[in-house]
Ligand binder design. Structure first.
Ligand code: WTA
Length: 658
């Protein structure tokens, strides 16, 4: 298990609870009775949630479960974009703000639901002109600008699948995703703002599509007014084609199981997995969870999810869930300290944000910057605070509650994954007496268990593997083009029981609350971003000086985990030079270039040998001990037990190199 014993014992001593105020509980969207109702008849419960959407044809049955393949709301038809946009305008809410968009340099745009409808229709018309239709794949790499949401919704409107790639991913990461999905169109921008300065975007995306035969066009949004290389016939400016389109578009309804999008995420091999989501079930759970977990009130709440649109949190909780619920959202383009460390609180104050949803890594960064910063702003509009992406440590939870929530806001620690599509385990803010650091229990309608290797429930106080033992509406429907990997990754470990294996360790406390303990596989979690150790290892060995590499996630006070790499150099490489600070920097930059800056190792150690079992498997557990400055654990299964001494000695010597 990835977690150290020290963390485990910290967790088990946490017995503070924070129930909602009576006032909050009295007005909450969901009550305790929801758990009973869902338990009594799960399918009826989900049908009730699906009824919050507008269907052009009602489903025949709620669920068809042919493990591991689920179909939800079978026979039903809907258009996801219609549900997120048009129906609110038809209901008379065209003037309600959908997005208060805040650009990093301070420029702003206010987009009402009527504006959004026009923009999505224009974009859908433009995509049609570019040859995009039902079932086609569209790659999107864009900064956090409204066009990203327009593009996603336009795809949804046409029944085309979007594959959004985080702006921080490298050209080769983008290319492999385009190739895997055989995308026809890429939507990107000329540049992007990063820490107050324009940085290139199209130059990178051009590299990605230099050799991708499936890409027919590149649609380019002008954001930074940067000069860009241009390929006639292939490249099209957004403003040239979108702006001249009619602002109405007749939508078609699609089957509930029609694919909505692919989103790539790291697995335990070097090749990212294209997680496939479909329409009716996904939108049902995204909208339901957004409604109950954040206690969202349409037309009243001002909601801000700080995630990037390139991650699943951006998909489900910036675009689909909130828009289906007619939310007024803040969308912010930039980094939290541009131009100053109070930027987020300034935005909360400016728009009167009532719901704020962010990641523990950012909360810990705010802690580092000091409580004097949020103190300077009026944060009294806040009502609910959320956390996602990694376990939140009790200290950060309490800091968040005191300094952001001013002891007056329930905190919802939401556990879920790209694969689950929507929140699975979380407090209900008007019901749950939350404990700092615990995601508490599965939401009404959701079922999870913590089990041993042998699939036995661990019971109160026990720890083991988190599994999902019943299908849920927003579950992934597969890995794009790789059914075998889908079965193998998620369904083989507990095949007999038919449990979905989430890859996370978890434990119950004595009251039955769930505490997430981090990944149990070779996936790291750096600032809430999933990165596989194998991916970073392959990037390292693709460098001409590296023969072999082993990568571990070591705990890090700010980012949750930091990437620590151990590399063996190739014969013939001048060892002293290759161990020097410049060479190490070159290796770190190489990984950043190959995968993206998020995957840049915190530390790289040049070693002579790696600890391996007799069957040749690298023992990452031991390397993690070294990287976390712990006494090295049991080495008896090593082929050569002296290896660890050599590595530890080398590490002491190499400190400060980086
Ligand atoms: C981790 C992000 C503890 C977990 C939505 C999971 C969490 C992985 C939490 C999914 C949480 C996410 N507490 N751990 N509240 N939320 N995780 O696919 O390890 O980017 O498996 O989805 O993040 O990351 P992903």
């Amino acid at each position: 298990m990835a977690e150290s014993g020290a963390t485990l014992s910290n967790l088990s001593h946490e017995d503070r609870t924070f129930p909602p105020s009576e006032e909050f509980a009295a007005q909450a969207n969901a009550t305790a009775e929801w758990y009973d109702r869902a338990d009594a008849d799960r399918e009826a419960f989900w049908a009730e949630q699906a009824d919050r959407l507008t269907w052009s044809k009602k489903w025949d049955s709620v669920l068809e479960w042919d493990a591991p393949f689920a179909k939800w709301f079978v026979g039903g038809q809907l258009n996801v974009a219609y549900n997120c946009v048009d129906r609110h305008v038809e209901d008379g809410h065209g003037d309600q703000v959908a997005f208060h968009w805040e650009g990093e340099p301070g420029d702003t745009r206010t987009i009402t639901y009527a504006d959004l409808q026009r923009e999505v229709c224009r974009t859908a018309n433009a995509l049609t002109e570019l040859g995009v239709g039902k079932g086609d794949r569209v790659a999107i790499q864009l900064p956090m600008i409204p066009e990203a949401a327009f593009a996603m919704l336009a795809c949804a409107r046409l029944g085309a699948l979007h594959s959004v790639v985080f702006g921080g991913f490298s050209p080769s990461a983008l290319r492999s995703r385009i190739e895997d999905a055989e995308a026809k169109l890429l939507i990107t921008s000329d540049g992007q703002y990063r820490r107050g300065k324009p940085a290139p975007m199209k130059e990178n995306t051009d590299q990605a599509v230099a050799d991708t035969p499936t890409i027919e066009h590149v649609l380019v949004v002008k954001r930074t007014e940067t000069d860009v290389p241009w390929t006639e016939g292939r490249d099209v400016w957004w403003h040239d084609i979108v702006d001249r389109q009619p602002d109405t578009h007749e939508y078609e309804s699609f089957d509930s199981e029609h694919p909505l999008y692919i989103l790539y995420t790291s697995g335990t091999t070097g090749k990212p997995k294209g997680i496939l989501h479909t329409s009716g079930g996904y939108l049902t759970q995204a909208a339901y969870t957004h409604h109950v977990v954040f206690d969202h009130k349409p037309g009243e709440s001002v909601y801000w999810c700080t995630a990037d649109i390139g991650w699943v949190t951006g998909h489900s909780y910036i675009v689909y869930g909130p828009l289906a619920n007619r939310a007024t959202s803040v969308m912010y383009e930039g980094t939290p300290n541009t131009p100053h460390e109070g930027r987020h609180w300034e935005i909360v104050q400016k728009y009167g944000v009532t719901i704020y949803y962010t990641a523990p890594t950012l909360i810990r960064t705010f802690m580092k910057w000091g409580k004097e910063i949020p103190e300077k702003y009026d944060l009294s509009s806040l009502r609910v605070l959320g956390s996602v992406g990694e376990p939140i440590n009790p200290e950060a939870w309490i800091w968040y509650r005191e300094n952001v929530g001013r002891n007056n806001c329930p905190i919802v620690d939401t556990w879920w994954q790209t694969e689950t599509g929507a929140i699975m385990i979380s407090p209900l803010p008007g019901v749950t007496a939350a404990k700092p650091g615990s995601a508490m229990r599965p939401l009404p309608g959701i079922s999870a268990e913590v089990v041993t290797e042998e699939a036995e429930p661990v019971g109160p106080g026990g720890g083991g593997y988190l599994v999902l033992d019943k299908p849920w509406p927003a579950m992934l429907r597969g890995i794009w083009g790789d059914e075998e990997r889908y079965r193998e990754t998620y369904w083989s470990r507990f095949a007999k029981q038919g449990y979905y294996f989430a890859g996370d360790g978890a434990k119950y406390d004595d009251d039955g609350a769930i505490w997430l303990l981090g990944r149990v596989d070779d996936v790291m979690n750096v600032s809430g971003h999933r990165i596989s150790t194998t991916e970073v290892e392959s990037a390292l060995v693709s460098h001409p000086t590296v023969a072999e590499a082993a990568v571990v996630g070591a705990s890090d006070p700010t980012t949750g985990q930091g990437i620590v790499a151990f590399v063996i150099l190739r014969g013939g490489v001048a060892q002293d030079e290759a161990k020097g600070a410049d060479a190490i920097k070159a290796l770190r930059d190489h990984v950043s270039k190959e995968i993206g800056p998020i995957a840049k190792p915190r530390q790289i150690m040049v070693v002579e040998e790696l600890p391996k079992t007799r069957s040749g498997k690298i023992m990452r557990r031991l390397l993690r001990d070294v990287a976390e400055n712990r006494e090295v654990g049991d080495v008896t299964t090593l082929a050569d037990s002296s290896v660890m001494d050599l590595i530890s000695a080398g590490l002491q010597e190499g400190k400060g190199d980086d």
